[in-house]
Design a protein around this ligand. Structure first.
Ligand SMILES: Cc1ncc(COP(=O)(O)O)c(C=O)c1O
Length: 283
């Protein structure tokens, strides 16, 4: 008898459309007879790792037969010093992606709501869906996160709010004052995740610095800043492949697109997925 794997699978996971990887750049170049193609879909640094990073990787090679230090003892110490916190405040992940997943898996229960800006990092709604949560989507305004609309979208069921600062893909920020006003409206049981994966591109005076100042916590709200780190000894290319896989996967669409897809018979999985999505302050 053949096992019906789909009937055994978690239905929230079934609702996620599989990622279809594009061709490798080399293959595309060969086909089109071009060279030096740039893959705009991937947020990659065009510069190679610095000499110091390459030296550190080479120095670690003879020790790859050992497990890496899972607690990242020295890295956490160095990051804590840099951000003026204690090592207990620092959690390391395989990129910030894993930390976002950890937050969702640790706090979001099936049926809880997460407020998600749109368009923003595509992984937020996917992970919420995978955890059986309800995605409450809030459209951007003038390419910026609409914190007013996001505050209005919070209900007693809201467990997590995502703030990508700067936002991907629009490269806009929300300022210190806007964040302070927003935080004053967030209920005690709601966790606000500040995803600062692109922090280095936003060093202006108006940019909020939660990790350093801990202001959000001082106001009695819960805020989690995502700091980025890599586990020592993990091959970098594996990290990047994993990120691309999630980055390009399906994202939710505004209601008009959902209706269109439903009419076109988008499949049972898709219908289940969108039923756990709500659009807030949308048109
Ligand atoms: C806003 C945002 N957060 C997190 C990530 C994940 O980054 P990482 O490569 O550190 O997992 C990305 C990647 O594109 C992103 O755009």
């Amino acid at each position: 008898m053949t096992t019906q794997w789909e009937s055994l699978a978690n239905e929230h996971i079934l609702g996620i459309a599989p990622y279809e990887p594009g061709k490798p750049t080399e293959e595309l170049e060969r086909e089109l007879g071009i060279h030096d193609a740039i893959k705009l879909a991937s947020n990659e640094n065009p510069l190679s790792p610095s000499d110091r990073v390459q030296q550190a990787i080479i120095a670690a090679l003879p020790h790859l037969n050992r497990y890496p230090d899972g607690s990242g003892y020295y890295l956490r110490q160095a990051l804590a010093e840099k951000h003026e916190v204690t090592p207990d405040h620092v959690i390391l992940g395989n990129g910030s992606n894993e930390l976002i997943e950890l937050v969702v898996r640790s706090f979001l229960k099936s049926g809880d709501e997460a407020v998600v800006p749109h368009p923003s990092f595509v992984v937020y709604p996917m992970i919420v869906q995978a955890a059986g949560g309800i995605r409450v989507m809030v459209m951007l305004k003038d390419h910026r996160l609409d914190l007013e609309a996001m505050a209005r979208a919070i209900t007693p069921m809201t467990k997590i709010v995502f703030i990508a600062n700067p936002n991907n893909p629009t490269a806009t920020i929300v300022t210190k004052d806007e964040v302070a006003h927003f935080m004053s409206r967030v209920p005690e049981r709601t966790i606000v995740v500040f995803d600062e994966a692109y922090l280095e591109f936003a060093q202006g005076p108006g940019f909020p610095r939660h990790a350093r100042a801990g202001q959000a916590g001082a106001q009695g709200r819960r805020a989690a800043d995502l700091l980025q780190g890599q586990q020592p000894g993990r091959p970098a290319h594996r990290l990047r492949r994993r990120r691309r896989r999630l980055h390009r996967a399906d994202e939710p669409h505004p209601p008009a697109v959902q209706r269109e897809r439903a009419r076109a018979g988008g499949g049972a999985g898709r219908a289940r997925a969108t039923s756990r999505t709500r659009w807030s302050a949308c048109g």
